[in-house]
Design a protein around this ligand. Structure first.
Ligand code: SF4
Ligand code: SF4
Length: 210
């Protein structure tokens, strides 16, 4: 799930100042679960924005152009009349909304990470979309998102009794977790594999198969 957090209302309020009419787009998937851009948050923002708000929609998944087109179709008049759109969804949903409507987008949320949800309010980063998943070699532990230094060979010298020096030994060292997981799986030989440093020259990803 894409984990998001709300921008302070004062920030959104400042951003919408130059505009006379705004429309609000929420997200029925990730932002609903995070309680940052679901029905309740969209309605609350609409109320706080007041007369400037010409309408709103909670799109099932605004990052999917097909769904966005479908869910905004009944609101076309309101969307067309808006000078700008406040998006309560992740950056992908916000940019899809820009592509579809051609409107100025005011992001109402900050996108944090791809994460695991333990319960509402407890979110843990678990993936950085590196494009080459290696968790088979690490006992299911993602080194990019769980090692504080993003090391592909660990643990580093900052590990003490299974804890990571970054942040003051509060969090488990990802590479100790990986070691323990592989040991449990009876696959410790995998731990010895050396990996080349990560390729940071990543280009924008696009996949078009047809
Ligand atoms: S290695 Fe980590 S960042 Fe890369 S795809 Fe797998 S979980 Fe995501
Ligand atoms: S102690 Fe472990 S988690 Fe922390 S930076 Fe070093 S290898 Fe990564």
């Amino acid at each position: 799930m894409i984990i998001t957090k709300k921008k302070p209302f004062e920030t959104i309020s400042e951003s919408i100042k130059p505009f006379k009419r705004v429309f609000i787009v929420g997200c029925g998937t990730c932002s609903t679960v995070c309680q940052t851009g679901g029905e309740a948050q969209v309605k609350e923002l609409a109320e706080r924005v007041g007369e400037k708000c010409v309408g709103y929609a909670v799109v099932e998944s605004p990052c999917d152009m097909r769904v966005l087109r479908r869910d905004l179709a009944p609101k076309r008049t309101e969307v067309d009349s808006a000078d700008a759109i406040v998006t309560l969804c992740c950056g992908a949903g916000a940019q899809s909304t820009a592509d579809l409507t051609g409107k100025i987008i005011i992001p109402g949320l900050d996108t944090l990470f791809i994460g695991k949800i333990e319960r509402i309010g407890s979110f843990y980063e678990r993936c950085r979309a590196c494009t080459d998943c290696i968790i088979l070699e690490t006992g299911g532990i993602c080194p990019y998102s769980r090692c504080a230094k993003g090391l592909l060979n660990g643990p580093c010298g900052g590990q003490v009794q299974g804890k990571c020096e970054v942040g003051g030994y509060q969090r488990d060292c990802a590479w100790v977790l990986a070691y323990n997981a592989l040991k449990k799986q009876g696959r410790l030989e995998v731990f010895k594999k050396y990996r080349q440093p990560a390729d940071r020259s990543r280009k924008p990803q696009e996949i078009v198969t047809r």
